[in-house]
Design a binder for this molecule. Structure first.
Ligand SMILES: [Zn+2]
Length: 412
């Protein structure tokens, strides 16, 4: 009672002060209204807001039990919302918000669970309990950037104001054409892409990449996504001529001027040893000194000489695949060296057990030698000629746009 009186006295004196101020025509200080905060479609100002994070052991039920829900039974609530909100989907670390009445009862009115950056679930307790899922408004921003490499790819992107996740996109597209360990100052790239934003401000990832080029060692490699089958989800990347970009392995370890002289076989008559034995490789006959290239990028696992293999190089591509090249006249790489697809690693010869100059190409899968020509490899689909006109029509304006922006940027 005493406190109430005191409050009254204070209020009266405040009001009288205000009156005096007005009478003296001094500038009146208007108290700024509290900014209205709208989130999840609720005016947060109207509630006692509790924001928290799901921790180990939390369940929807256990969170609710700590709230003053009146006569509403927790298990009944769970039953009612089951169809629109799977309660078992509550994950540790995800944020949730509770809107409670501002009065002393602090009665729970609304429970909001944020499944991810854009999606949230609302359980509304105010009248009849009901739940629904909503998505924050998403906007797409289309951008083209053109920039020169300085530092790593992600450092370069960050300097250009692009989220580092783009580095992974580019690395995937150019996995078999650019060695990102070897990119250096002077290399350039340009990329047109759309970014997803929530509420216009919160970055939510790269939505799509529309066009790009990477100028690597002075050579421009374009990449345009294209779906041969418009109903499928599969997107492959093609260059400006419609050639597929991503092939883990080249067809052969020689670029030209070769013929296959002997195929992989479990039983063949060995021309030198004059007996039947397995041939664990594919022989490519070519002129002495023809450059031998690694069919995929990787690290040189071994180089050396044996009586059978002659001079050889073995390249490890990943945990599954290695390739080996035999009978070289000259080895041009050393152990531990990183090589890119198509790099020259040696020269054709006839060292070891060989009747004439050729390279015996051996293909290892999970430590076992298999027939390279029969492998289903993680390669992209070459473009079917009937889709090429559609590809060229879609690609041309994108390339023009990319080139013109790059031309302005790199002129400086
Ligand atoms: Zn052979």
């Amino acid at each position: 009672m005493k406190r109430l009186l005191l409050t009254l006295v204070l209020l009266i004196s405040l009001v009288s002060c205000k009156k005096e101020a007005e009478e003296k025509t001094k500038p009146v200080e208007v108290k700024k209204p509290e900014p209205v905060i709208i989130e999840f479609g609720f005016k947060l100002n109207d509630y006692d807001v509790v924001q928290d994070t799901i921790v180990s052991g939390d369940t929807f039920g256990s969170i609710l039990e700590k709230q003053n829900l009146g006569d509403k039974k927790v298990h009944e609530i769970a039953d009612r919302v089951r169809d629109s909100f799977n309660l078992r989907n509550i994950r540790i670390g995800k944020p949730y918000t509770m809107l409670r009445t501002k009065d002393a009862s602090k009665k729970l009115q609304v429970f909001i669970y944020q499944a991810d950056i854009a999606n949230y679930y609302v359980v509304d307790f105010r009248d009849s309990v009901h739940a629904y899922k909503k998505q924050k408004p998403i906007t797409l921003k289309r951008r083209t950037i053109a920039t020169e490499i300085s530092g790593s790819l992600s450092e370069t992107l960050s300097k250009a104001g692009v989220n580092a996740s783009m580095a992974q996109n580019l690395a995937d597209i150019y996995a078999y054409s650019v060695d990102f360990f070897k990119i250096q100052k002077g290399d350039k790239f340009a990329v047109t892409f759309t970014e997803k934003y929530i509420n216009d401000t919160i970055f939510a990832g790269v939505e799509s990449l529309e066009a790009s080029f990477f100028e690597y060692k002075g050579k421009k490699i374009y990449a345009f996504p294209f779906k041969q089958d418009t109903t499928s989800r599969k997107v492959d990347y093609y260059d400006e001529e419609g050639k597929v970009l991503k092939n883990m392995f080249l067809k052969a370890p020689l670029k030209f001027g070769y013929r296959i002289s002997s195929k992989f076989s479990t039983r063949r008559f060995h021309p030198v040893q004059q007996r039947f034995k397995a041939h664990n490789g594919t022989d490519y006959a070519a002129a002495h000194g023809t450059p031998i290239v690694t069919t995929a990028s990787g690290v040189v696992e071994r180089t050396g000489y044996t009586a059978g293999n002659g001079n050889y190089v073995k390249v490890k591509h990943n945990s599954t695949y290695s390739t080996q090249y035999l009978h070289m006249s000259k080895i041009l790489v050393r152990r531990g060296q990183r090589v890119s697809q198509g790099d020259v690693i040696g020269k054709v010869g006839s060292t070891g057990l060989a009747t004439g100059p050729h390279v015996c190409y051996r293909f290892w899968k999970n430590g076992v030698q298999v027939d390279a020509l029969r492998q289903k490899l993680p390669n992209s689909e070459p473009m079917n000629a009937k889709f090429k006109p559609r590809f060229m029509a879609e690609m041309a304006p994108l390339k023009k746009e990319l080139d013109s922006i790059a031309a302005i940027k790199f002129k400086k």
